[in-house]
Ligand binder design. Structure first.
Ligand code: SF4
Length: 471
């Protein structure tokens, strides 16, 4: 009998991939995805611990299920991912009707755990070792990368896939909980990754996004000699049928010349580089223990632009970090103005229990000031993004068509034309009129308008026209 699974995912692309894999594993157990928790046989929350707000949202969602669980005691309720590893028993204490708490290193156990709970109604807690609870190899072994082969129907689009190339992080930025909840940095063997990508391509995948918390720190140490990230990319580039290779998130200090040369010279590599700066102030970078100075970030940025002038570089910034003064913030503004990032993700600092910053430094920038700095930086970045999108007007760009735009998702399946959305090689979003048959194709599109976030265009039907830019 078909069972219904409702899953809610918050957080990063790593979580989106984890959810996709968990859903695939439960589909094999006879579960079908449900649009709402009402009437579901299993309800899972795949969680994030990076910000307080993300955790609060999960506790609120669990609170809303209390009543439903009283009426449907057979429903299996699970909290999985980073918050499960971070909060463990606290989740059972705050929501005693939760059945499963499963960390990111134990996702492969979920089908069995769901079966066990359905059978005996006993709660299950499966998490990895804390980073100080054993030797490095014991802790590493307790975080298992979950990368089963997937069939195309399991992915949001059959022609795109996330591929995890490493797990964990060893950088220990003082504000960040990731090294605690995702464990030590461990790279997957290059051969295994290549096998997975070949399988995906055989199943119709054209674009892979390689994932890692610090993806450019990748190094396959199980091989002799070690395989560097640039070498992994070169191997994947050889795969016939694969058209695009992207990767996120880069760590500034590990942006090596050989990697930039690979991106510059291998035509399947996207010229999109997400390299979070976090702050433009050396004082703040030191307090965050980011491991570089603003000068070093600028030097890395110039190396990118020297080798790949058309690169679209994006960044993350934290505003209102402990002790951030007006002068520190002004330096961040200067970095944003001068770097002209394609876009920046800007976050107000949120103290995370268990991190060095939460233990040792006062979260002393008032909330209103954090909000003001956030809004100011966002406005500056948006103005830059809008200006830098204007030169695209009149150009032809290559777009991988991802599907109907949000606005046209509700349109009837039989409508002839609809608004489609896709991305250029440099990860710019393009919206244009097309047909459902074009989804999954790479099409030439001429841009006729642009705002800070989107290019608007028309599909080129004849190739007599403007020069094509591989952007
Ligand atoms: S590099 Fe820093 S911010 Fe990024 S995941 Fe590792 S500890 Fe967190």
């Amino acid at each position: 009998m078909t069972k219904r699974l409702y899953i809610e995912t918050v957080g990063c692309q790593m979580n989106m991939l984890d959810s996709e894999l968990v859903v695939a594993s439960l589909r094999k157990e006879g579960y079908e995805l449900a649009d709402s928790p009402t009437g579901a046989d299993a309800i899972l929350f795949n969680t994030c611990s990076v910000r307080q707000h993300a955790e609060d949202k999960i506790y609120s969602a669990l609170g809303r299920l209390k009543h439903a669980k009283n009426h449907h005691p057979d429903t299996v309720i699970g909290v999985i991912g980073c918050m499960a590893q971070n909060h463990q028993q606290t989740i059972f204490r705050r929501a005693p009707y939760v059945d499963l708490v499963v960390g990111p290193g134990q996702l492969h156990q979920i089908p069995q755990l769901v079966r066990d709970v359905a059978r005996d109604r006993q709660p299950r807690l499966e998490v990895s070792l804390a980073r100080s609870a054993g030797s490095r190899s014991e802790v590493e072994d307790s975080f298992e990368s979950y990368d089963p082969l997937r069939d195309p129907t399991m992915r949001p689009t059959p022609f795109q896939a996330f591929v995890r190339i490493m797990i964990g992080c060893d950088k220990f930025c003082t504000y960040c909980i990731v090294p605690m909840v995702r464990g030590p940095e461990q790279s997957r063997p290059a051969g295994e990754i290549e096998h997975e990508v070949r399988h995906l391509v055989e199943e119709g995948c054209r674009e892979v996004t390689l994932l890692g918390q610090t993806v450019n720190s990748y190094r396959d140490r199980s091989a002799t000699p070690h395989v560097r990230f640039s070498e992994l990319i070169a191997r994947l580039h050889e795969i016939d049928g694969l058209d695009r290779i992207k990767f996120v998130t880069n760590y500034p200090k590990d942006m090596s010349d050989d990697l930039l040369d690979a991106v510059a010279t291998l035509p399947k590599c996207s010229h999109y580089l997400h390299v979070p700066a976090q702050s433009g102030s050396d004082r703040m970078l030191k307090a965050m223990k980011r491991g570089y100075t603003v000068g070093e970030y600028r030097e890395m940025y110039s190396r990118i632009k020297e080798r790949i002038p058309q690169a679209a570089v994006t960044s993350d910034f934290i505003v209102g970090f402990c002790g951030e003064s007006d002068a520190d913030f002004t330096q961040t503004v200067e970095l944003v103005r001068e770097s002209r990032f394609k876009n920046s993700f800007i976050f107000k600092y949120s103290a995370r229990p268990g991190t060095k910053a939460a233990e040792n430094a006062a979260d002393d920038v008032p909330e209103a000031e954090k909000r003001r700095r956030n809004n100011e930086l966002l406005a500056i970045q948006n103005a830059i993004s809008e200006e830098d999108n204007q030169p695209f007007i009149g150009r032809e760009v290559e777009v991988l068509v991802e599907g109907p735009s949000k606005a046209s998702q509700k349109q009837a399946d039989d409508s002839h034309t609809l608004q489609l959305t896709g991305r250029t090689m440099c990860d710019r979003i393009v919206v244009f009129e097309g047909t459902r048959r074009q989804v999954g194709e790479i099409l030439p599109v001429v841009v006729y308008d642009a705002n800070a976030f989107t290019l608007f265009g028309s599909v080129v039907t004849s190739h007599v026209g403007p020069e094509v830019y591989s952007l």
